[in-house]
Structures are given as structure tokens and as C-alpha cells.
Ligand binder design. Structure first.
Ligand code: ASP
Length: 362
């Protein structure tokens, strides 16, 4: 505990000492850019490794995620103030493997409230990387603003040598204050890379370069302190979706069934028994399902459960040629994201045709 405190104190002291030196070295162009900075960026903290603390500076696994508060994260990166007035709020302080619908709804409602204010330029959300992609896609579907919403995390705890959190946080604020970030939906800034919420996924358990967008690629980079975009986000999001969280206090239950050799439908039966209104099949290959699972899915569909066919390969699409019964096909949404869209879709309709239209659009 004492060691942990002294490590955090050391990190803060380094940040405080280096800030004036770095300011003195700022180029005229960067200085002019900083002077143009205005508005407030809210950092909404939810925990994760970016707020994680370990027993030693060399420990990078087995640490406690969500150990430090939002003000500690802000104090460690004074240069963020060059871009905006920084305000912090603690929404939760958890490892993101424990993320819940309640926290999602609280977060989404707070973001929508904040972004209505003229003085707020954008929002940055600090989050564990494990389920960051899910929160990003949920917010991408329910935030009602064009202003930047940027998610950020870290792969090394705040106490580690070369912790990646502080630079990632500064980059996230750079993205949130860049006018070019508007209208791109929720963005994820980590390790110099900007990915869009729909395509972004965690691809490695430990590497700093864990987030990528299989098939479609990243939307931009943060290099030399500058935000650079290279492509647009085509699928509709935020203000263009019909999903309204202001009226929601829970989401329908949707379970994911992971296909495997000798899959016999037991998990599908269990999901229905638990009250699932939807099932996402993480099929093998192009959404293929074991023959012994079909009877259980057929029973589920007969009870009005909506089945979406996604795939477990990590990339690629499942198209209408894989149609079976009235199943919905997930396009190239991975199972965990297909689950979120199905949950939101089920707040509006349980008609598989209408839900398919949503999967073709968002
Ligand atoms: N288990 C951590 C979390 O998701 C991992 C991380 O943040 O990188 O909160």
C-alpha cells in the first residue's frame, strides 16, 4: 500500500516537474493551437487499468484495476489544460469485466446532459479495455450529439514503468477538442491510434497495440501531438439512430451462444429459460451452427425470441445467404456488439425483418 502510494506520488511529481519544461519547449505553432483551445472537456471515469495500481513498478499483470480516482488521473497530465478546461466525474471505479447496464445507462444519460451545454466541447471516458468496445458501441447508438465522445484506456497500470495511460489520456483530450472529430460517432483513442466504435475490437490480452478494426481499419492517428483522420465513418450512429436512453432504465436480456464441436443446444435452452428475449449465435465460420443446436433455436424462435447470427472468427461477415428461419444476420458485427444492437432493437420491436433493417444500417 505504502509502495503503491509512493509510486503514484512519484508519477505525479514527474508530471508536475516536466510540465513547465515541456511548456518552454512548445513550438510557436503548437502554442498558437493551444491558445485557440476553448470549452470544457469532461472526463468521466469508470475505472480500468488506466486507473490501476500494482505492488511494484514492474508488475503489469495481476494488479488492481479501478484503484485511482479521476482527480489523480487528471493531476498526472497537466498538459491537458492546454487544450481545454478539464472537469472530472467518477461514474464508477471498476474493472470493465464487471460493467453493467445500470452503469451504461447512467453514463449515457450524463453524456447526453453534458453535451447539450454550449460550454462543453466533448467528453472523454476512461474505461477498462476488456469491455471498452462494448461500451463504445452502446454509446455510439444512444448518444444524441455530434460533439466528440472519446473512449480511452491503458494496458499498463498507472504505477508501471512506461505506463501508457497518461499519454493516451492526453491524446484522448486532443481528439475530443479537435473540430475534425465531430460527427464521427464514438471514437477510441489508444496507443496513437483512433478507431471508430462499430469496428473497433480488443485483439490482444496484453499488448499496448490491442485495439484494431479488422477489415475496415483505423479512422485516424495521433502523431506528433496532432490528430489526423484518414477515413469517414459510414454506418449511421448517435443522432441518426432511433434509440433513446432517456426512456430506459433496463435493457432486454440477450445471451450469446458460442458454437463449438458437439454443441447440443443446452445453452440455447438455458438462455430461453433465463428469460432471454434475444440470442446471438457466435457461429463457426460464416455463421454456421451445429446441427444439434437447431432444434433448441427453433423452439426459441417459436416462443418469439429473436436469433441473430454472428460469427466467432474475429472478423468477417455473415450475410443473408446464411438465412435460416427468420434469423437476423449480423453483417460484420462481432457477437458482443451484435448483442448490444439486438438489445436496443428489442426496445423498439421484436419483428426480425425490422431488426434486420437495423443491422443493415447501424
Ligand atoms: N481488466 C481490465 C479492465 O478491463 C483490463 C484493462 O483495463 O486493460 O478493466
Amino acid at each position: 500500500m505504502i509502495l503503491r502510494k509512493s509510486l503514484v506520488a512519484a508519477a505525479l511529481a514527474t508530471a508536475i516537474i516536466t510540465a513547465p519544461i515541456a511548456a518552454a519547449l512548445t513550438s510557436p505553432a503548437a502554442f498558437a493551437e493551444q491558445q485557440q483551445a476553448k470549452g470544457t472537456v469532461y472526463i468521466l471515469a469508470t475505472g480500468g487499468t488506466i486507473a490501476g495500481a500494482a505492488k511494484s513498478a514492474t508488475q503489469t499483470t495481476g494488479y488492481k484495476a479501478g484503484a485511482l480516482g479521476v482527480q489523480t488521473l487528471i493531476d498526472a497530465v497537466p498538459r491537458m489544460k492546454d487544450y481545454a478546461k478539464i472537469e472530472g466525474e467518477q461514474i464508477a471505479n471498476i474493472g470493465s469485466q464487471d460493467m453493467t447496464t445500470d452503469i451504461w445507462l447512467k453514463l449515457a444519460k450524463r453524456i447526453n446532459e453534458l453535451l447539450k451545454r454550449d460550454d462543453v466541447t466533448g467528453v472523454v471516458i476512461t474505461h477498462g479495455t476488456d469491455t471498452l468496445e462494448e461500451t463504445a458501441y452502446f454509446l455510439n447508438l444512444v448518444v444524441k450529439s455530434d460533439k466528440p465522445v472519446v473512449m480511452v484506456g491503458a494496458m499498463r497500470p498507472a504505477t508501471a514503468i512506461s505506463a501508457d495511460g497518461p499519454m493516451n489520456l492526453l491524446d484522448a483530450v486532443r481528439v475530443a477538442t479537435d473540430p475534425e472529430s465531430k460527427g464521427r460517432g464514438v471514437l477510441v483513442a489508444l496507443n496513437d491510434t483512433i478507431n471508430a466504435a462499430r469496428a473497433n475490437t480488443k485483439t490482444n490480452t496484453a499488448s499496448l497495440q490491442t485495439f484494431s478494426s479488422p477489415e475496415v481499419g483505423a479512422v485516424g492517428m495521433i502523431t506528433g501531438g496532432k490528430v489526423r483522420y484518414y477515413r469517414q465513418v459510414e454506418r449511421e450512429h448517435t443522432t441518426k439512430t432511433p434509440f433513446d436512453v432517456s426512456k430506459l432504465d433496463k435493457l432486454p436480456r440477450v445471451d450469446i451462444i458460442y458454437t463449438h464441436v458437439s454443441d447440443d443446444g443446452v445453452m440455447a435452452d438455458a438462455a430461453v429459460a433465463a428469460g432471454a428475449k434475444g440470442i446471438v449465435s457466435a457461429g463457426s465460420g460464416m455463421g454456421s451452427i451445429h446441427k444439434d443446436t437447431y432444434p433448441a433455436l427453433e423452439k426459441a424462435i417459436a416462443k418469439g425470441v429473436v436469433v441473430v447470427r454472428s460469427n466467432r472468427t474475429g472478423s468477417g461477415f455473415v450475410d443473408a445467404a446464411q438465412q435460416w428461419k427468420d434469423c437476423v444476420t449480423a453483417d460484420n458485427l462481432n457477437p458482443q456488439k451484435a448483442r448490444i444492437l439486438l438489445q436496443l432493437a428489442l426496445t423498439q420491436t421484436s419483428d426480425p425483418k425490422k431488426i434486420q433493417e437495423m443491422f443493415d444500417k447501424y
